[in-house]
Design a protein around this ligand. Structure first.
Ligand SMILES: [Fe+2]
Ligand SMILES: [Fe+2]
Length: 289
């Protein structure tokens, strides 16, 4: 595989017809003790992924509520995709609750992170339902960007325990598969709006969500590092380097983040079917026969 540059060609819409959504009801790491620094013995990488995982149960519940709130009157194909989306997200929540319990058993206190997420999501629920959906499409763009990055560049998980790698790969492939569903629900829900009104709301919320996402996940990860006895400016500098230097997850997804603001944006303007196909063929090859 070529070295990642962080810049990739975004396929035209005609190349990115969404695939059928498959619910892969898998379970990971049950009854297994999680190493405290499960990602390659690296406390910084572990803190980042643990911080992401801590947000999923409440975040995904919001996504499900948001798309369900607008499924009335959806065309049959979209209605079916919404059902599959909900099943996938419910399974992700179940597995990340198990993952979070394992992180807690390894010694981390995730309660302060969960309280922060609960407060932020509570702010969203206090707004009109169309705001829930606009927040959901912004966060689903984040998950799709990360999912693409993790599947395209497996080196993010080099040195991780197998079950811990597998949960992230499984989650990533299903995020790619359903990445257009909340967005199509949004287009359906706002079908009576003008383009400018639709673009303005989704843009404003993407900017707000991006700021909060980066600030709060950074705070979450530094909280976890402090629990490892790694604190102060040096800890923050290590985390910044991890996110924007090497491997630089945030730097690498930046071009895809920018595409969200382009007129005519749709998640399937980037064709992720090859990544989904590669995952499924590798899994079929290793599945017990
Ligand atoms: Fe998910
Ligand atoms: Fe999702």
């Amino acid at each position: 595989m070529n070295a990642p540059t962080g810049f990739e060609v975004i396929a035209p819409a005609s190349n990115g017809k969404p695939p059928a959504i498959t619910v892969r009801d898998r379970r990971f790491g049950r009854g297994q003790l999680l190493e405290r620094w499960w990602l390659n013995g690296d406390p910084v990488a572990t803190a980042w992924f643990n911080a992401l995982s801590a947000t999923f149960p409440r975040g995904e519940t919001l996504f499900v509520d948001a798309v369900r709130a607008f499924r009335e009157g959806a065309p049959p194909q979209l209605a079916g995709e919404i059902r599959a989306f909900v099943k996938q997200e419910v399974n992700h929540t179940r597995e990340h609750l198990a993952f979070n319990r394992a992180a807690a058993a390894a010694g981390y206190d995730l309660a302060p992170l969960d309280a922060r997420v609960e407060r932020l999501i509570g702010d969203v629920y206090a707004r009109p339902k169309i705001v829930w959906l606009a927040v959901t499409i912004a966060l689903e763009h984040f998950t799709a960007m990360f999912a693409h990055e993790f599947l395209r560049h497996p080196q993010h998980f080099v040195g991780a325990e197998v079950e811990q790698t597998e949960i992230w790969r499984w989650h990533a492939v299903e995020e790619l598969e359903h990445k257009g569903v909340a967005y199509d629900t949004w287009l359906h829900a706002t079908r009576g709006w003008g383009r400018w009104k639709r673009w303005r709301l989704k843009t404003v919320l993407m900017l707000v969500i991006t700021r909060r996402f980066i600030r709060n996940r950074f705070r979450d990860a530094t909280d976890l590092l402090a629990q490892d006895g790694i604190a102060g400016p040096r800890a923050k500098a290590r985390l910044v380097w991890y996110l924007v230097g090497s491997p630089g997850i945030l730097r690498r997804v930046f071009p895809a983040w920018c595409t969200y603001f382009l007129p005519g944006f749709h998640p399937w303007r980037r064709d992720d079917r090859p990544l989904i196909g590669t995952y499924d063929s590798a899994n079929a090859a290793t599945a017990p026969g």
